[in-house]
Ligand binder design. Structure first.
Ligand SMILES: CC(=O)SCCNC(=O)CCNC(=O)[C@H](O)C(C)(C)COP(=O)(O)OP(=O)(O)OC[C@H]1O[C@@H](n2cnc3c(N)ncnc32)[C@H](O)[C@@H]1OP(=O)(O)O
Ligand SMILES: Nc1ncnc2c1ncn2[C@@H]1O[C@H](COP(=O)(O)OP(=O)(O)OP(=O)(O)O)[C@@H](O)[C@H]1O
Length: 751
């Protein structure tokens, strides 16, 4: 078959089967573009159904820069041409593969496939973080990708230099079975049209489950791969609920998903004659708003606003829940009843934050949880080979080992292993288990991370294996060891990629020498959920330390701080050096940075930053971190094991001791109380306070929260009781740290 007739045959097959095919045009870049034009013509695509993703310009089709490939998420195109010669990135593939409609083609322009793994492009530059250079980057990800292109069903490969078809990609797929319109169940409560509007049986099942949201105290969680119609299911439910007079608040991280929700709700309400009016979202920042004849509403609010449950909605629907910070999601649990719609196996590990952290909170909440899974794709037939190619090539569906294989793992049974990129590339099972564990345990793992794992020179992976299965992994990034020029660039605010800890210490904490020592930052650590809390994570860190202590100056970590994680790292010898002053956009948490020194230079670095952290934390908590969870503050300060400076004058001590044991007042010298608070919270051998007393110290004394709010937050009967408790909490501090003057003052009231 000649290349030009191939496109026509592929198109005929895709249309018949309602599937997509992937066509690789390998060879010279210009020849590839010429061939792509031929494909569009021969296959008979209309120009306005074609999108070209490239940094080049001057096409008669829609053209999207690779950096903006995300714009194609959720859109529907007949043909997408991805130019992989220039700024190719694995993420771009993941983002746009779902946009191609059944009957369409994804066209990939690549260098000759045999040369591609060793060719070096923009993505390799990106992986070459200082002090490494592009020569240190390897081509394993592309080698693996090429293998999948040559093996996976539904992928055609044409050598455009020789004008030869290497693989035709035809699968002889049977004709798609025509879709039947779902009917309303006999006892349906939602209008029949809500069911008849569904495009798949799965979608109708989801709508059926969403009927529960008519009552309060329910949570329905709808999970699906991309393009299964979950936003539309949300819209049909929203319209049905509002038709009965309910007030439905819809939120989503981006307006695109909300648009799908509102389109379906609007169609349904018009269809059953229940739409009373509509406010356009044109100039109105509060977003679209539908009103129904029965007095119901479907209205939009952005996530932070929605979290305040404005005007007390009856039902809250959260689309793309997985993309929202867990802190916000938790606040949504106060809604009377709620639906969460989330993508799993998305291009960027969306769904992870949701399943990793939010799931637990949901289970603990008062809401009765119901899960629905949508499997049937809307845009193309089930079993589409391009979707399964993307899952395989990008490991979108990588999973850790199944529970029975690892439940017996313990510190004695496991083997510590260096999982080299070669090991991973040669053993798909090992790669899937290791990557699956990393993905599941982190809220944001992208296809690009897979490429990093295989090719980036600064990364290295260590694992604990039980019977050959991965039970715990740690991904380490080598950082620091930068030359004077780079250090000064960093100090002056220049971004030096891939050096997170040295960068923060240098540029934000103004330490120009911080990037001299070399260390390994634990980028990710995860233990299989079936064997957590059995010491495996700690064991892995201990083995890592043994292996690297002689080579580097420090081990370090930076992560979204929770009290549990801070305790985990503290127990493993890591000490706090910084709390970030802005929240992580995805997790909603403030990051903690910690170091575990392994050499004299490392100890120097850690101790000067821990000391300084203890000096500045008072100011930070009273200003930038006023809203930090007090339990995070307690755990972060505790994890310094520091020696906070205590510089109280005699008069200060008289006030503190007088306020604890006598008639003195806290408000006359708050700074003295602050110093003492930091000292006691950081002192591993200090006096024992109850968790509530420690929270009182953080909220009132360090975060300067007004008395009434503190009393409220900590459940004191009255503000007076809260004030007396603060005095009492300082008694053991006066006893432990007080000077002679302090003790004399105490004596006046106790003897
Ligand atoms: C840089 C980063 O990656 S930070 C993010 C760390 N990774 C994650 O949060 C992914 C999900 N969590 C996990 O995979 C594991 O819980 C890990 C890696 C944090 C700990 O691994 P484990 O094998 O359980 O560690 P180990 O048994 O040595 O220590 C357990 C301790 O971790 C602490 N811990 C940390 N996170 C949690 C959590 N979410 N829930 C409960 N305990 C936790 C507890 O203090 C626990 O002690 P306990 O068992 O006495 O309650
Ligand atoms: N019942 C329906 N009626 C009309 N169009 C629908 C319906 N269900 C889905 N669609 C269309 O199918 C496509 C995917 O649907 P939707 O956006 O609801 O799915 P999703 O699972 O949220 O997808 P994504 O994750 O890609 O955003 C959209 O273009 C949408 O307009």
């Amino acid at each position: 078959m000649n290349p030009s007739s191939l496109a026509g045959r592929l198109r005929a097959e895709t249309e018949r089967a309602d599937e997509r095919r992937l066509l690789v045009l390998a060879g010279d870049r210009d020849a590839g573009f010429d061939a792509a034009y031929d494909v569009v013509e021969t296959a008979g695509f209309a120009d306005d159904g074609v999108t070209v993703v490239t940094e080049r310009e001057g096409f008669r089709f829609e053209r999207v820069h690779p950096k903006h490939a995300g714009d194609l998420l959720g859109t529907t195109r007949d043909c997408v041409v991805l130019d992989a010669h220039g700024e190719f990135s694995p993420n771009a593939v993941g983002r746009l593969v779902g946009a191609v409609d059944g009957g369409g083609l994804l066209v990939l322009l690549t260098p000759p496939l045999d040369d591609w793994p060793d060719a070096r492009g923009g993505f390799d530059e990106y992986l070459a973080v200082p002090p490494f250079t592009v020569d240190d980057v390897t081509g394993r990800f592309r080698r693996r990708l090429v293998e999948t292109l040559r093996q996976h069903p539904g992928v055609a490969v044409v050598d455009v230099d020789r004008d030869e078809v290497e693989r035709d990609g035809l699968t002889d797929a049977p004709a798609a079975t025509p879709r039947t319109t779902p009917a309303a169940p006999g006892d349906a409560v939602f209008p029949a049209l809500a069911y008849e509007s569904c495009l798949t049986g799965d979608q109708a099942r989801a709508v059926r489950s969403l009927e529960r949201l008519r009552g309060s105290g329910h949570a329905v969680v709808v999970e699906a791969d991309r393009g299964r119609g979950k936003s539309s299911a949300a819209g049909l439910a929203a319209g049905s609920l509002a038709a009965e007079g309910r007030d439905v608040l819809v939120t989503a991280p981006g307006s695109r998903n909300a648009a799908e929700v509102f389109a379906r709700a609007r169609e349904l309400l018009s269809g059953i004659g229940a739409l009373a009016g509509e406010r356009d979202d044109g100039d109105d920042e509060s977003g679209p708003h539908l009103r129904t004849i029965e007095g119901g509403h479907v209205r939009f609010a952005d996530p932070p606003t929605a979290a305040t449950l404005p005007d007390g909605p009856d039902v809250l629907l959260v689309d793309e829940a997985a993309a929202l910070p867990v802190r916000l999601l938790e606040r949504f649990l106060d809604a009377p009843t709620a639906g969460f719609f989330t993508t799993i196996h998305g291009y960027e590990g969306a769904g992870r934050g949701f399943s990793v952290r939010f799931r637990d909170r949901l289970a603990e909440s008062d809401l009765a949880v119901r899960d629905v899974h949508l499997a049937e794709p809307i845009r193309y037939a089930r079993g589409d080979p391009v979707e399964s190619w993307a899952f395989r090539a990008l490991l979108l569906d990588a999973q850790p080992a199944v529970d029975p294989l690892v439940v017996d793992a313990d510190v004695e049974s496991v083997e510590y292993r260096d999982l080299t990129p070669d090991d991973l590339a040669a053993d798909e099972h090992l790669l899937r288990e290791a990557f699956g564990l990393l993905v599941l345990a982190h809220y944001r793992t992208e296809p690009t991370d897979l490429a990093r794992l295989l090719d980036a020179p600064n990364l290295t992976l260590r694992a604990l294996l039980h019977d050959g299965h991965v039970v715990s992994v740690a991904l380490l990034a080598r950082e620091g060891g930068l030359d004077a020029e780079l250090r000064s660039e960093m100090y002056d605010g220049g971004r030096v990629r891939g050096n997170m800890l040295p960068d923060v210490l240098t540029s934000q904490l103004r330490d120009e020498d911080a990037a001299v020592p070399v260390g390994y930052r634990v980028m990710r650590i995860a233990t299989h959920h079936a064997v957590r809390s059995q010491g495996l994570g700690s064991h892995l860190l201990q083995r890592v330390r043994e292996e690297f202590a002689a080579d580097v100056d420090w081990l370090g970590v930076g992560y979204g701080a929770t009290p549990e994680l801070l305790r985990f790292w503290e127990r493993n010898g890591y000490r706090t050096v910084h709390l970030s002053t802005t929240r992580n956009a995805t997790s909603g948490e403030y990051s903690a940075l910690m170091l575990d020194p392994t050499s004299e230079a490392g100890r120097e670095l850690q101790s000067r930053h821990t000391d300084w952290f203890l000096r500045r934390i008072e100011g930070v908590l009273s200003d930038t971190l006023r809203d930090l969870d007090p339990d995070v503050a307690r755990a972060a300060i505790r994890a310094t094991h520091g020696d906070a400076p205590l510089d109280l004058t005699d008069r200060d001590w008289q006030v503190v001791a007088g306020a604890s044991y006598g008639p003195g007042l806290y408000g006359t010298a708050p700074r003295a109380f602050r110093d003492l608070a930091v000292r006691t919270l950081s002192d591993p051998d200090g006096p024992e306070l109850s968790p509530r007393e420690e929270r009182l110290l953080v909220r009132k004394v360090l975060q300067c929260t007004p008395w009434d709010d503190v009393a409220d937050a900590l459940d004191y009967h009255s503000t007076g009781q809260c004030m007396r408790s603060l005095g009492n909490a300082y008694k053991p501090l006066v006893d432990a740290y007080g000077s002679d003057v302090a003790h004399a003052e105490r004596g006046r009231y106790t003897e």
